[in-house]
Design a protein around this ligand. Structure first.
Ligand SMILES: Nc1nc2c(ncn2[C@@H]2O[C@H](COP(=O)(O)O)[C@@H](O)[C@H]2O)c(=O)[nH]1
Ligand SMILES: [Mn+2]
Ligand SMILES: [Mn+2]
Length: 326
């Protein structure tokens, strides 16, 4: 069991970790938490000292804190698509990384569809229109979508830089005229599009953000550390469902061919220590498809496409109790 404890009024945090073997170990060191609390205000997450090396961060926190170990961290079986929804629950249907390959996907029954980004290959308006038509054909009460690194045209700063570089890295986007993509979000008429923003549906506060650690200079890429932390700092406390394109460190973020953990350390610390949502949905690392939980948050990597961009992973269904008064 991992617990955090705060000295009254402040600054220094102490973590108490019980290792899987049952031994209790107390830690009181700055790098254990990488967080502090402003007096009378919210918890401040700081850049982790292992931020730039997530594989090393994973190993360190596992050996020293058992942070990613059972019993508190577990793989979870998603709800079977044909299971009846319990009374008083909301059914979330989670997909990600469909990459303009939605035709073969069997969509299950549910109330709220979540798409965690990479719905296109390059963010071309024609792809966005096709995706929007697919959304329009689905029967969910709410459909909530964020962008991923493949939605190049949704990242205005990225497009401005691309023009300066004369489309050197993405020549196939060069035929687009700015007027065709400047307002590309407006093509998404059949969903609620979130970009560092939130919406409340059926009493759930849902927040979405497209940013992920820099990897070959795609859309919404930012360096690990302070730059990404500033985006995560925009996530309000009290959010029930968090949608990001990329995973947090240690949860469904393993890239086998590189033998690397690639999740964001600051996102993990923000999720586990500050925001503590009930559900965190993401994709991006196609190999990490699946569900895990840490006792507070259920983590869903909903990548429909495999690492070879084959759309074979089924949508993941999660039932959450609907908040009262909604
Ligand atoms: N070693 C890393 N591999 C990464 C990272 N981000 C993505 N990837 C690999 O690319 C595919 C597909 O990603 P996409 O965004 O192009 O669809 C993913 O499954 C990984 O294999 C990274 O930061 N480091
Ligand atoms: Mn993808
Ligand atoms: Mn991606």
């Amino acid at each position: 069991m991992w617990r955090a404890r705060w000295d009254p009024g402040v600054l220094k945090a102490e973590a108490l970790a019980l290792l899987p073997c049952g031994l209790g170990m107390a830690f009181s060191q700055s790098h254990v938490m990488a967080a502090r609390r402003h007096q009378h205000s919210r918890l401040i997450i700081e850049v982790d000292e292992y931020s730039s090396n997530p594989t090393q961060a994973f190993t360190f926190y596992n050996i020293n804190q058992g942070r990613f170990q059972p019993p508190h961290v577990q793989m979870v079986d998603p709800v079977p698509h044909d299971a009846p929804k319990p009374p008083g629950y909301t059914r979330f249907v989670c997909v990600s990384d469909t990459h303009s390959r939605t035709d073969p996907i069997q969509m299950p029954y549910g109330d709220v569809l979540i798409h965690a980004g990479d719905f296109t290959e390059l963010g071309l308006p024609s792809e966005v229109k096709k995706f929007n038509e697919w959304l329009g054909s689905l029967p969910y009460e709410y459909k909530i979508v964020i962008a991923g690194n493949h939605e190049l045209t949704f990242d205005q700063e990225f497009m401005a830089d691309l023009i300066k570089q004369d489309f050197y890295y993405f020549p196939s986007v060069s035929k687009l005229k700015p007027e065709n993509y400047e307002n590309v979000q407006s093509l998404l008429t059949n969903c609620i599009y979130l970009q560092d923003s939130e919406v409340t549906v059926r009493g759930f506060r849902i927040y979405g953000s497209p940013w992920q650690p820099w990897f070959y200079g795609w859309g919404f890429n930012l360096p690990r550390g302070q730059a990404l932390l500033e985006k995560w700092n925009l996530i309000p406390e009290g959010v029930d469902v968090l949608i990001t394109h990329g995973p947090p460190l240690g949860f469904l973020d393993w890239v086998p061919k590189k033998m690397q953990r690639v999740g964001c350390v600051e996102l993990l610390n923000t999720v586990q220590r500050r925001v503590q949502p009930r559900l965190h949905v993401f994709g991006h690392i196609h190999e990490g498809y699946g569900v895990m939980a840490d006792g507070t948050t259920t983590y869903v990597n909903a990548s429909v496409c495999t690492v070879n961009y084959q759309p074979v992973n089924p949508p993941i269904v999660i039932d959450l109790p609907t908040p009262r008064n909604s």
